[in-house]
Design a protein around this ligand. Sequence first.
Ligand SMILES: Nc1ncnc2c1ncn2[C@@H]1O[C@H](COP(=O)(O)OP(=O)(O)OP(=O)(O)O)[C@@H](O)[C@H]1O
Length: 566
Amino acid sequence: MNRRGAETADPSGDLASLNLEPALSRASGPAPSLPHSASTPSFASFNPARACEHVGGTTYYFTAEEAAAQKSAEPPTVPAPFTAYVTPPPQVAPGRGAGSASLLGAARAPAGFFASDELREQILKQQSLMLVHPNPQAYPELPTEVDSYHELCPLEPPGPLQKSALFNCVTSVYKATNVKTGQCCCLRRIHGMRLANTNSLQTVAQWRKLSHTSLVALREFFTTKAFGDNSVVMVYDYYPGAETLMARHFSQPPQLNGFADPFQDPSIPRPYSAQKNAVLRQKNALMPEALIWGYIIQLSGVLRQIHAAGLACRVLDPTKILVTGQDRLHVNACGVLDVLLADSGNTNSMMMVQHYQQEDLVGLGKLLLALSCNSVLAVQPDNFNTSISIVERHYSADLKAVIMNLLVPNGGRQRSINDVMPMVGARFYQQLDASHRLCDRLEDELGREVQNGRLFRLLAKLSAITERPELNLDGAWAETGDRYMLKLFRDYVFHAVTEEGRPFLDMAHVVQCLNKLDAGSSDKVCLMSRDLQNVLVTTFSELKQCFERSFRELFEASLAKDPPGA
Ligand SMILES: Nc1ncnc2c1ncn2[C@@H]1O[C@H](COP(=O)(O)OP(=O)(O)OP(=O)(O)O)[C@@H](O)[C@H]1O
């Protein structure tokens, strides 16, 4: 509705009885003078000829003529009295944009009534991982509850405990459920640690405030004896099915991850040479440059936010960066080193932030070098020249420039993560375009499931009505009147048979009939009793009325205070 006239926002949302003039005249003493401004309607303008309407906390004023004109005006468009599956718009149809192909796997055209198989499989896999529970024989020592968390499930295989190379202490990671919220979380336990002071609380509070799509958020922090020792537990968001960058790119044999390690593949001559270069080219062994730039954009984005918050990441290690889907990165375990440092009594940690931030930049450079050469060995000082040559020969000068800028000291000048932004340049636009394309595609898939949700609710109501043994002590309720019509309709939709007597299973028939029922279509439908003795020709519109009446009756009975016969 096109509303005209002055608008007044009512924060309380309760202006149903707005009647300013009588209120002012009732007040004792002189009426307060209210400032008039161009945007504030004067009370003089609230003459009796002006009508007002309150919608969602906003009051709209308009004259009687305006209201009459609006009522009589023909609306420019007429909404359809029904809702239905729609053909995907061309921008999400197959074949649009090469970038989209890599985002949701094989990107086959989602067809039919449901979300695409790839997306469904991905979501179902993630949901099943959230429900997975440990085999008690494999983990006999596992506590049933730790603070507010239960259903613990280790995310690492059973075996001897090893010190984390990065943290220099033993840590374990568990999936767990928060008993209060029911949400799945990831607990990182630091074994054998007793908090000597409260220094770490401040850093943890700072980490908890950070929110970025490429950061695994830290939610909580507590100490516990539930594991049989003194442990510190840091609670992070859980990403089902996430794997580390190490596992994705550096741990698998070449034939599995598709990229060969030039420093380890015995079939590639070493040290680096023209011959080796040729072999690498031939094998097409290195990662695509677009993927590396995608990683740079995500990691520089999250580092920017961390540094801006006065923190340092300190965990830019392939074991501490999670990968989800095709190419989404999430920096994990942030804050663990801060807690360890603060607990060791080193109160300098905040003063050292600048130093650590510079280390983050070097860490990012090393990570990019390792990814570009497809080997963690690439960052070893002995291999540095070879690694840079590989980058130079196989990737753009821009990529080499980013890596060199991050790795090579710049005459003692303090560098900033913001220096990376201009180097990324127009690649931001490509990344943004790919993200928007993915959003469009997911929205289309969601649209299908919205329609399925609507049909599911319709079916749930229909099933609650048909074949009901009794209602309000009436044993024949489901077999008579409106309900009988609905039962025959149900048979028509689901139990149809071909002329040869074979079951007629056609999803399009089911969907079409349910949609016509929901829309109350005037199309005719021929229903037949099971003994073939009665044939009823009716419309979907009449069936809809039967449906609504029956469900209303059922619903009212469900609300009745006294049970039937009481
Ligand atoms: N927040 C999380 N969500 C989902 N999975 C996670 C999460 N954090 C860790 N994991 C998984 O838990 C496993 C162990 O993580 P961890 O950080 O201990 O790696 P790691 O390789 O064992 O490193 P370290 O040698 O430092 O112990 C990894 O496979 C990782 O995929």
